[in-house]
Design a binder for this molecule. Structure first.
Ligand code: PMP
Length: 318
């Protein structure tokens, strides 16, 4: 009788600590229904967006970065004194930098020089070191440099390697995909998402198809190798991420940068959602899929990051 309250208090204290950690605020993001943008659709077809820009680091990549760090610690590859190293187009880097600061790790990031100024500044504000790589080689070039550094100095770095790390897609299998299934009350019929490392698409689609094999998965890609959809890859001309699974997508939709930018403006003005360009591209692709669907269809896509990250871009005022 006397021992019981002690155990309870210890349990509550542990829970209390966990609840107040920055990391506990990652995931469980809201699922919002678009109300004005899909007005052209026939009644009974709905589009929902997973508001990943509401994660503490401001993007969908908080989930993957946390999962890769925890997996690194669990496997013994990451421990105090190691430097977290990876190639990133920005958002994973911001998540590593935020979590590294909170957990006491130094962070070293390779990213293409043309990544937005806002992103580079956030990285440095968190104390991360940034190596700027050839913009013409995009994220593939950044990956080559990070890999060379990891090979040269393996004892110094924990090379997270998000393009080939299963913890990346697993974060979305355990989190994003499960949440979408629950938040739509099992009604989701279609999932649409752009491909960067492919972590979001791979994890969510595996989870949803496991829950209901009739869920259709639509991947989205920029319509040309040179594009302005920061964070996304034009796969036919890029290095294939190791975690990409070609069997998962039932269909692929291509999106033009200017049209994605126009949709990003509409989301701000018609839905009150100030998000980045890949989110606009996702919604545009979701809308194009939803146009041909019968009543009862529930399309879900991702708002990947917030609009603040793109302040310096000119398309807002066009
Ligand atoms: N949008 C943005 C803005 C991103 O930074 C990323 C990640 N590179 C993605 C979409 C794609 O996410 P994922 O890496 O999970 O494919």
């Amino acid at each position: 009788m006397i021992a019981e309250p002690k155990v309870k208090i210890a349990f509550q204290a542990e829970n209390f600590r966990r609840f107040h950690d920055l990391e506990s605020q990652i995931g469980n993001t809201p699922l919002l229904r678009l109300r004005r943008v899909p007005q052209e659709l026939s009644t009974g077809v709905e589009i929902f967006v997973k508001a990943e820009h509401m994660n503490p680091g401001g993007s969908v990549k908080d989930r993957a970065a946390l999962a890769m760090i925890l997996e690194g610690e669990r496997s013994g590859r990451l421990y105090p004194g190691k430097v977290i190293l990876d190639a990133t187009s920005g958002n994973t880097g911001i998540a590593y930098a935020m979590l590294g600061a909170a957990r006491g790790y130094a962070v070293m990031l390779c990213l293409p020089r043309n990544a937005s100024e806002e992103r580079k500044r956030i990285l440095r504000i968190h104390g991360a070191e940034v190596i700027e790589t050839d913009p013409l080689q995009g994220s593939d070039g950044a990956q080559t440099i990070a890999r060379e550094m990891a090979t040269r100095d393996g004892t110094k770095y924990f090379y997270a390697d998000q393009y080939n790390n299963d913890a990346n897609w697993r974060a979305h299998y355990d989190g994003t995909g499960r949440e979408i299934w629950e938040q739509t009350e099992r009604r989701v019929t279609h999932f649409v998402a752009g491909l960067g490392t492919c972590g979001t698409f791979t994890g969510v689609v595996r989870r949803l198809k496991e829950s209901n094999p009739t869920v259709r998965a639509i991947s989205m890609e920029p319509d040309s190798p040179i594009h302005g959809l920061e964070g996304l890859k034009h796969l036919p001309t890029s290095r294939m991420p190791g975690i990409f699974d070609p069997r998962l997508a039932d269909e692929t939709v291509e999106v033009a940068t200017e049209e994605a930018q126009a949709m990003t403006r509409r989301l701000a003005r018609e839905e009150g959602l100030f998000v980045g360009v890949s989110s606009g591209a996702n919604v545009l692709a979701a809308l194009s899929v939803a146009r041909r669907l019968p009543p009862g269809s529930v399309v879900v896509t991702i708002l990947c990051d917030g609009g603040e990250r793109y302040f310096s871009e000119r398309f807002w005022t066009e």
